[in-house]
Design a protein around this ligand. Structure first.
Ligand SMILES: [Zn+2]
Length: 214
């Protein structure tokens, strides 16, 4: 089975406890094929973003024969993030926008305008897209296709929408038929708590359903 984990925090995040190398080596031991590092934009800080990027590039090369490493960034949307991020992340593999379904998050239409400015891939981290669709009364799948946005199954255990999706055949069918891409993210902040089984389970489900990865 092909296993991806595209949401991980390191000491570049205020709440991460491990170095990128520790996160990557732990993923190798857990049988992960693609590991994405996605530290918080607000704790890395604008001036340190290039240092973070270079560090992850170095890791890509260092571990190239054992695992594929991707450089991502998690961007907070409560409140609106700084305007310079599309430019600052041009070279990144992807960005994750977090908690867009939260009532305190930036306006969804404002977000869509902003997303257009990003050149890299973009995903919605821990976001209940069904709830978002209901709140704005929109065809969320069409929007995600049009704006090239993928969805994340967040296996951290903190989000109900993930457990719902595991067993909700109707939602599984809707996502499968929509053609949107879906990633898996452990949202790891501390490798001792790495939820290997959940990550495998989510990857397995997506592959069984034939839902594409980003
Ligand atoms: Zn996170």
């Amino acid at each position: 089975m092909y296993t991806v984990d595209l949401h991980n925090h390191t000491i570049f995040s205020y709440d991460g406890s491990n170095t990128p190398e520790e996160i990557i080596e732990n993923a190798i031991n857990a049988g992960v094929d693609v590991i994405g590092i996605t530290d918080h934009q607000f704790s890395i800080g604008e001036k340190n973003l290039p240092i973070y990027y270079r560090h992850i590039q170095h890791c890509k090369i260092k571990y190239a024969d054992r695992i594929r490493v991707l450089c991502g960034l998690e961007i907070g949307t409560r409140p609106s993030p700084p305007e310079n991020l599309p430019k600052a992340t041009e070279m990144f593999d992807y960005v994750l926008f977090e908690s867009l379904d939260d009532p305190r998050a930036m306006d969804f239409y404002e977000f869509l305008e902003w997303r257009r400015q990003f050149k890299c891939k973009a995903g919605l981290a821990h976001c209940d897209i069904f709830r978002l669709a209901e709140r704005y009364g929109v065809d969320i799948f069409k929007i995600m296709r049009d704006y090239d946005i993928f969805w994340e199954l967040n296996t951290s255990g903190n989000y109900i929408y993930y457990y719902d999706f595991l067993t909700n055949l109707k939602k599984q069918k809707l996502v499968k038929e929509s053609g949107i891409a879906v990633s898996v993210g452990s949202d790891t902040h501390f490798i001792a708590e790495y939820r290997k089984k959940q990550i495998r389970r989510a990857n397995e489900l997506l592959q069984t359903l034939g839902i594409p990865l980003p």
